[in-house]
Design a protein around this ligand. Structure first.
Ligand SMILES: [Zn+2]
Ligand SMILES: [Zn+2]
Length: 293
């Protein structure tokens, strides 16, 4: 939000600059109203892909609205899991809710891969609904190290908001269905926290909590080595960021490449991964200030 390439271009400053110019030049040629929309567009753009954010950049910090969204997202996830647990106790059915929770965990990884593939390959910052996510992921490919400098709620709030909107109505309708609630609770929880698992996949082993390293090495959470392959050429694999269990299957069977062909023949849209290498995808040569994996 604040990584404007030219901080000194405050509207007032532009106004002064314009007034000075307007003594000499025709006023109609560069009116302040003409420059304003451009400024507004820059201001709402969350990560202009021009310069990497600095380590203390406010765009990496959590705001109270980020924290509020994460809190509501967690509340809806916990409500689903509690409804599943209470329903299981009441009905003495245990196996099905546990199995459906496991299916939810597998589904979340697949869902994270499909979503990540979609926003990596199609659309741009101006795309409705997904624009800010697309822009953020493009920024992530250029400066992958920034994800570990991003504060927790800042990293999770977008998915927490989607989780709240999606899961809250489901909780209200199916709260007495322990099997459905088991699936919804685990799947939405894993999807909401996928950006945290993703951030851990960018971490350095020695700096991560030992439990996280154990879960990554055990294949419960997406591993550092698997995800680092996503950030290397040809930039068209390992999209899943929950557990990564689907990555090998999807990549070996060229599932996303098949989907890209379908999209191309149906709509003529080319995925970004076909035009590799280009500067939109490749990691910036601006060095990470602190880390190497
Ligand atoms: Zn990506
Ligand atoms: Zn990444």
């Amino acid at each position: 939000m604040s990584i404007l390439p030219n901080h000194h271009h405050h509207p007032a400053a532009i106004g002064r600059h314009y007034r000075r110019r307007s003594h000499r030049v025709y006023a109609a040629a560069t009116t302040p109203t003409k420059t304003r929309p451009k400024l507004e567009k820059l201001t709402i753009n969350p990560t202009p892909l021009i310069t990497p954010p600095k380590l203390d950049d406010p765009s990496l910090k959590s705001t109270w609205s980020h924290r509020a969204w994460v809190a509501t997202g967690c509340t809806t996830v916990i409500a689903s899991l509690a409804a599943s647990l209470i329903g299981s106790i009441d009905s003495h059915i245990w196996l099905e809710p546990i199995l459906s929770g496991f299916v939810g965990y597998l589904f979340a990884d697949l869902g994270s891969g499909v979503y990540h593939w979609g926003i990596d390959n199609y659309g741009d910052a101006s795309t409705p609904v997904f624009g800010s996510q697309i822009d953020a992921f493009q920024g992530h490919h250029k400066w992958p190290w920034t994800i570990i400098k991003r504060q927790f709620a800042n990293n999770l709030h977008a998915l927490a908001r989607v989780t709240t909107y999606t899961v809250l109505p489901i909780d209200l309708i199916w709260h007495d269905q322990p099997v459905a609630m088991g699936f919804v609770g685990v799947a939405s929880g894993c999807i909401m926290f996928s950006q945290q698992f993703h951030a851990w996949a960018h971490g350095t082993k020695s700096k991560l909590p030992p439990l996280v390293v154990a879960l990554q090495d055990g294949g419960v959470l997406v591993s550092r080595s698997q995800h680092s392959a996503h950030h290397r050429p040809p930039y068209n694999n390992n999209y899943c960021i929950v557990s990564g269990v689907w990555n090998r299957f999807l990549d070996e069977n060229k599932v996303f490449e098949a989907l890209e062909m379908v999209v191309f023949f149906k709509s003529g849209r080319r995925p970004r991964s076909w035009s590799e290498p280009n500067s939109d995808w490749t990691e910036s040569t601006v060095e990470s200030p602190a880390m190497a994996d």
